[in-house]
Design a protein around this ligand. Structure first.
Ligand code: ZN
Length: 352
């Protein structure tokens, strides 16, 4: 699975990208918005043509770059021509050549790298290709973050992303969730609702390493499928290691704060003795429950409760409260583990 896609990347896609005018996301044909496939194909024609230039991609060229079937390419080009959106130059019979009837880049554009349609990203432990809508959301954020004249981030609400890209709320929310889970983007500041703005950053370390690796010339014999694939996994492993280090550090900082209290209790003979008596009880209670010995379970539970009470009393005498033993984790959602109770990655991981 990795192999074939990676091999395709090697041959034709490294470094390819397309400028997609904002105006195309608003474009309609017969009152309907363009589909995601139509959008990328028209964007490519717009991107590769100009006053004198024509886009000379063949059907197979479009199909390979954007991971679209040749039939869809043919259908889209037919539709674009019929609607007067694209013009075909027939003077050059050797290959097809197109341009947009009107090419309006003045409203600005976003950049989509070709590889985004091909690479399998690891999301929640699964290798997944991004949906076209997710590619669009990522491209929007990435274009803003990569803009050298910008402030290195994308600031926008779910609603503004919906409006710019012409996507539904659900689609935008799902795309953001996936991109965050895959660590492809970070959200250091989250708006309180769909209308308020969040701040998004891309995972610069990952993209820089990955894109550099992609631009390297592959060896001539088709061997190096692994060359494309390896850096991605290395980059992912690096990102994972960074992340784990970050959270381990946060946890140890929080746990260091409770350590003096813990030591005070452990070195107190009375508390220590009570705790030693209580320790085996939960196992014994569970065993009694499994054996169906209700009387035994009840007796042990009462004993456990009594010991707990006496331990709390002893703590009070020593001037220690139960809260003193709770590490002050900075993130209440994940207790500085990076993983929330629902299994999703926490969004508290900052850009560094
Ligand atoms: Zn968290």
């Amino acid at each position: 699975m990795y192999q074939s896609k990676a091999a395709q990347l090697n041959t034709s896609l490294k470094g390819g990208f397309c400028r997609r005018p904002y105006t195309l996301f608003k474009k309609t044909i017969d009152g309907k918005n363009l589909t995601r496939v139509e959008n990328i194909i028209f964007s490519a024609i717009s991107s590769f043509s100009g006053e004198d230039a024509r886009c000379k991609l063949s059907y197979s060229g479009f199909s390979e770059r954007y991971n679209v079937s040749r039939a869809s390419v043919a259908r889209t080009i037919r539709k674009g021509k019929a609607a007067g959106l694209i013009e075909q130059d027939k003077s050059n019979r050797a290959c097809a050549s197109y341009r947009m009837a009107e090419n309006d880049m003045t409203g600005g554009y976003i950049i989509t790298e070709d590889y985004l349609y091909h690479v399998l990203f690891s999301v929640c432990g699964q290798a997944r290709k991004l949906t076209r809508a997710t590619v669009d959301v990522l491209s929007l954020i990435k274009t803003h973050c990569d803009n050298k004249n910008g402030d290195g981030c994308f600031t926008g609400s779910v609603r503004s992303i919906m409006t710019i890209l012409h996507l539904s709320k659900r689609t935008v929310q799902q795309a953001l969730k996936l991109l965050l889970n895959a660590d492809l983007i970070f959200r250091p500041h989250k708006g309180i609702n769909n209308r308020s703005k969040s701040e998004f950053h891309i995972n610069k370390t990952f993209f820089r390493k990955f894109e550099n690796a992609m631009r390297k010339k592959p060896a001539a014999n088709g061997k190096p499928a692994s060359e494309v694939r390896t850096p991605r996994f290395v980059a992912e492993a690096d990102a994972r290691a960074d992340r784990e280090r970050f959270y381990a550090q946060r946890r140890s900082q929080a746990e260091a704060k409770v350590k003096p209290f813990r030591i005070a209790l452990d070195t107190d003979p009375i508390y220590h003795n009570l705790e030693a008596q209580r320790r085996p009880l939960s196992f014994l209670i569970a065993k009694a429950d499994v054996a169906g010995d209700a009387a035994q379970s009840k007796e042990l539970t009462a004993k456990e409760q009594d010991l707990t009470k006496r331990m709390l009393q002893r703590m009070k005498e020593l001037g220690i409260s139960p809260e003193d033993l709770q590490p002050p984790y900075r993130c209440k959602l994940c207790n500085d583990t990076g993983t929330r109770p629902d299994g999703f990655r926490c969004t508290c991981y900052p850009l560094r």
